[in-house]
Design a protein around this ligand. Structure first.
Ligand code: ADP
Ligand code: ZN
Length: 607
């Protein structure tokens, strides 16, 4: 996408106009409002008018006198000559008079009119202008916005500009295969209509954030060579009540005019949440959802509008949306496996200049669990780093460093650990790694650093899984828990004191132990009974317990038991290898970084 630089000129113009308006208001309008109909006369005229009894209201100020004629048709002004007989004369002339210190308008009003009002006008103007400009910048130049009443947020991307094809989406072969049918249909609808088949109206792309759901939807449009409408679910509900439903109607109206086409609704869960019939529930969202359902039912499957929607919380969707004839196809878009990660790195790596001998499989292994978006980010960070280092090509070390940057955050240059803290962090991290290495089934570390990261981590251990694991044995889980407790165990053994540094380890260990009891059926006591259900499979996986309170108490006891057993095991392992613990920690403390090779060298060295 081409970036659009904000144009400076309109901003200058705006300030110029605002200034002129301010000056005009101050110079002309306000004084004029005050002085209109005021005629300046000499004192003689004033006296003559008094003698003629042709005088009405008189206001005496310290240095001027403002008065009207008898009929009150004209206001006059003259200087105040401090005439001692003035009051007598006025009394004789029959005028109504008083001494006024104020110049007709109260200073408050005057101040308000000449200062506050112009400022308010300026603020309103600047808001308006910047909103106009934001609208202008927000829309891609290659993208037209259209629709009834203008700004409905549904955008049509000119097809040549999406330009994204399936080959731009690495991995995700299953998803591509499922979507291929839709592409095929859009290319050649007769083939399907002849036989009497109607295509699914909608497909739901389900998976964690950043796995390429939007990218896949764009690729479908690109492959089929049809227009691509995209709107985010949250855009439907952010407006006033009733607007959401109108937007849905509008979107479908446009889509039908442009058929065949793809309509992509991102974050559909924001509108498609289960309608739970709560009192005071979100009416607006419900109306929007109802409108969406009506629209989806309204068009028949063969008019060429295909709706793709994406979500990362499929379980919260309203069942009505998932009924046949609506989003009846469900396409899982999972986090990439090792091969998928290598492919994604290659796709994005092709866009940058790399040195010879860059090994993407090493990067992919180091970035276990990263999403497509994170991998794309790793490549970009590496390119930025190469530039910072004054290189013309991206090297392996740039890529490796950026894996850490993306996963753990930037190195914090200005955060200096005290020596004592550095020592504790060294022992803590080596504690984890040593426990992991000493248990045969645990993955060895690739690298440990004790340079603080912007993510807040004080140290960082990069574990390396060689190959993918789809199953974990009970022993492996137990070893993993032991590894999590290894950091704290080292602190206890060496410093006889514990720190807050282990909070994340504790959380992870507890999660695993709990899953063993309540989901994996790995205890003798409960056997194969599920005590928990997963709620948010793709967003960190919250769970809710589905058992009685008594059972919960028992589960808690067992969790404590499991973790403590592993904690004791970790402590024993470290105590038995305390010389290695000292040696490796010293190395890490002095060098701030230790690689897996160096680590294993020290560990396997006979002393
Ligand atoms: P989602 O919609 O699932 O949250 P996106 O489709 O917006 O994720 O992906 C964000 C970015 O991540 C994409 O623009 C692309 O650069 C990168 N990306 C994600 N998955 C892949 C993939 N499978 N192949 C190539 N790039 C990917
Ligand atoms: Zn730790």
């Amino acid at each position: 996408m081409q970036e659009v630089k904000p144009d400076k000129k309109p901003m200058y113009m705006f300030w110029l106009i605002a200034l002129v308006v301010l000056c005009i208001l101050n110079m002309v309008v306000f004084p004029a409002a005050v002085n209109s109909r005021v005629k300046e006369v000499d004192y003689g005229t004033f006296m003559t008018m008094m003698d003629d009894k042709n005088i009405g209201d008189v206001t005496i100020d310290t240095d001027e006198i403002v008065f009207t004629d008898k009929a009150g048709t004209q206001i006059y002004k003259t200087g105040n000559l401090n005439d001692p007989n003035l009051v007598d004369r006025l009394f004789e002339s029959g005028a109504s008079f008083n001494k006024e210190i104020v110049k007709q308008m109260s200073p408050l009003t005057y101040y308000f009119l000449s200062l506050v009002v112009p400022i308010l006008i300026m603020v309103a103007l600047s808001r308006w202008v910047s909103k106009k400009m934001a609208d202008k910048l927000g829309s891609n130049p290659t993208m037209m916005q259209f629709g009834m009443g203008g700004n409905n947020g549904a955008k049509i991307y000119v097809k040549s500009d999406t330009g994204i094809k399936f080959k731009d989406v690495a991995g995700e072969e299953e998803a591509k295969e499922l979507l291929q049918e839709i592409v095929d249909y859009l290319h050649n609808p007769q083939k399907y209509t002849e036989i009497g088949a109607s295509l699914p109206k909608g497909a739901l792309l389900v998976g964690p954030p950043g796995t390429g759901k939007t990218l896949l939807a764009k690729a479908v449009a690109g492959e089929a060579d049809v227009p691509f409408f995209s709107i985010s679910g949250s855009e439907f509900v952010q407006m006033f009540v009733g607007m959401g439903a109108a937007k849905v109607r509008d979107l479908f109206k446009q889509a039908k005019e442009k058929a065949p086409c793809i309509v992509f609704i991102d974050e559909i869960d924001t509108i498609g949440k289960k309608r739970d019939g709560q009192i005071g529930g979100n009416d607006e969202r419900e109306q929007t959802l109802n409108q969406l359902l009506t629209e989806m039912d309204g068009f028949d499957g063969n008019n060429g509008v295909v709706i793709l929607a994406a979500t990362n919380r499929p379980e919260s969707l309203d069942p009505a949306l998932l009924r046949p004839g609506r989003f009846d196809r469900r396409i899982p878009v999972e986090l990439p496996d090792l091969q998928g990660r290598i492919d994604i790195l290659k796709v994005h790596g092709a866009k940058i200049k790399t040195a010879n001998g860059v090994d993407y499989s090493e990067i992919a292994r180091a970035a276990a669990g990263a999403s497509g978006a994170e991998l794309a980010n790793i490549i970009n960070e590496a390119a930025l780093r190469a530039v910072r280092m004054g290189r013309r090509k991206v090297e392996q070390q740039d890529l490796m460093e950026s894996v850490e940057v993306v996963i753990a955050g930037y190195q914090k240059k200005n955060k200096i650990l005290s020596d004592k803290e550095k020592l504790i962090v060294s022992y803590h991290e080596v504690g984890h790694a040593l426990v992991a290495a000493l248990q045969t089934n645990s993955a060895p570390v690739q690298k440990i650093t004790i340079i603080p990261r912007t993510s807040g981590a004080l140290g960082y251990t990069m574990q390396v899984d060689e190959g993918e694991h789809y199953l974990m044995s009970k022993t492996e889980i137990e070893n993993k828990i032991a590894t999590f407790t290894g950091g704290r165990a080292a602190e206890e053994i060496i410093f006889k004191e514990i720190t807050t540094g282990a909070s994340n380890d504790i959380e992870q260990a507890t999660k695993l132990a709990k899953a063993m009891v309540s989901r994996f059926g790995m205890t003798d006591k409960f056997g194969m009974v599920a005590m928990e259900t997963m709620n948010n499979q793709y967003l960190g996986g919250d769970t809710s317990l589905t058992c009685s309170a008594e059972t919960q108490t028992k589960i808690d006891e067992m969790v404590v038991n499991i973790v403590e057993t592993q904690h004791d095991k970790a402590k024993k392992l470290l105590e038995d290898n305390i010389m290695k613990l000292h040696e490796i920690s010293k190395y890490l403390y002095e060098n701030e970084t230790i690689t897996g090779e160096e680590f294993m060298q020290i560990l396997s060295k006979k002393d």
